[in-house]
Design a protein around this ligand. Structure first.
Ligand SMILES: Nc1ncnc2c1ncn2[C@@H]1O[C@H](COP(=O)(O)OP(=O)(O)OP(=O)(O)O)[C@@H](O)[C@H]1O
Length: 298
């Protein structure tokens, strides 16, 4: 079952599209990554999904409900943790967590259990007022509030920005635990390693358009070919669809997503002394999509 269905949404600012014909779907229990450079349209897409802004074209269904007409019902089952954390300065973390837990219709006992659990998990000093919290501590509080209500859908915008490595680790473990219990997680992030580790699939967005949606496993992400030799057959590599990521005098690093039958004859070229095929990092894929797209086409 699809928890999120985004159909051909577009949003214009001053006649310029911030996003254009964006479509994707997210299945129940899936961690779906959303990746793109600054200004690509990630926040605009998220804000449209949660009905903070209205799309000029297209529509969004969450849990099979129209995101605009049924915003209240959707919010009861959804948590959104924004990248930009702002709170009432004079409340303590504990005050806020109590308000949030209460709004989720949890029993008093469940509220207390969950609050204690997240205070311990994120090593929070819950008695401090919000204006006394560092950025990282505010982020921990925002994540705790997002998780406290036990939402069916968790939408995260740059969730680990500001967290130290130990807290990032604890947060990832918590996400895995929640996923195992059936939570659907939408993870917008610049952190490619984070998306590679956590997501089942990821959409790449560039200049307001979805460039590709990929499974985050090695078969479909393609492979990295590193070659050394006096006369590298770059034209042949390009002919079989390989993308040049880096090229120096006698070495090249390429991304290749095609078959081995096409690749191996090129690797047998006498201009190559050594070659190595490795699994790519998402970073290679990101560069392929954003920086070297034109080379890949040629
Ligand atoms: N309120 C607004 N008024 C005018 N233009 C806007 C507005 N909000 C977003 N934009 C423009 O829409 C485009 C997409 O912006 P958006 O904030 O969605 O990108 P993003 O991928 O979230 O970027 P970042 O990673 O830097 O947060 C950008 O060109 C941005 O300048």
């Amino acid at each position: 079952m699809d928890v999120i269905e985004v159909h051909e949404i577009s949003k214009y600012y001053h006649h310029q599209p911030a996003i254009k014909n964006v479509s994707f779907h997210v299945e129940k229990g899936e961690v779906f990554g959303f990746i793109g450079p600054n200004g690509a349209g990630k926040s605009t897409t998220i804000k449209t999904m949660i009905d903070f802004i209205k799309p000029d074209e297209g529509n969004v269904q969450i849990f099979g409900l129209d995101s605009q007409r049924n915003a209240k019902a959707i919010r009861e089952k959804t948590s959104y943790v924004s990248s930009d954390v702002r709170f009432y300065p004079n409340l303590t973390s504990l005050d806020l967590m109590r308000v949030v837990a209460k709004s989720a219709h949890l029993t008093k006992q469940e509220q207390n259990q969950k609050i204690t659990y997240y205070i311990e998990l994120f090593a929070m000093d819950a008695t401090k007022k919000m204006h006394q919290l560092s950025l990282g501590n505010k982020k921990k509080l925002a994540l705790a509030c997002g998780l406290l209500t036990q939402p069916q859908l968790l939408i995260l915008d740059e969730p680990t920005n500001g967290l130290d490595p130990l807290m990032q680790h604890r947060f990832y473990e918590e996400l895995t635990r929640q996923k195992q219990q059936g939570m659907t997680i939408f993870l917008s992030s610049h952190d490619l390693t984070e998306v590679q580790r956590q997501a089942d699939r990821a959409a790449f967005i560039k200049e307001g358009k979805i460039v590709t949606i990929e499974h985050m496993n090695q078969e479909t992400v393609g492979q990295i070919i590193s070659v050394t030799g006096p006369s590298l057959p770059m034209a042949a590599f390009k002919r079989i669809g390989a993308t040049v990521l880096k090229q120096e005098k006698q070495t090249a690093r390429l991304w290749y997503g095609g078959t081995r039958q096409l690749l191996f004859p090129v690797l047998e070229d006498e201009g190559i002394d050594h070659f190595m095929i490795t699994d790519p990092e998402l970073e290679d894929r990101f560069l392929t999509l954003y920086e070297h797209k034109e080379e890949g086409k040629s």
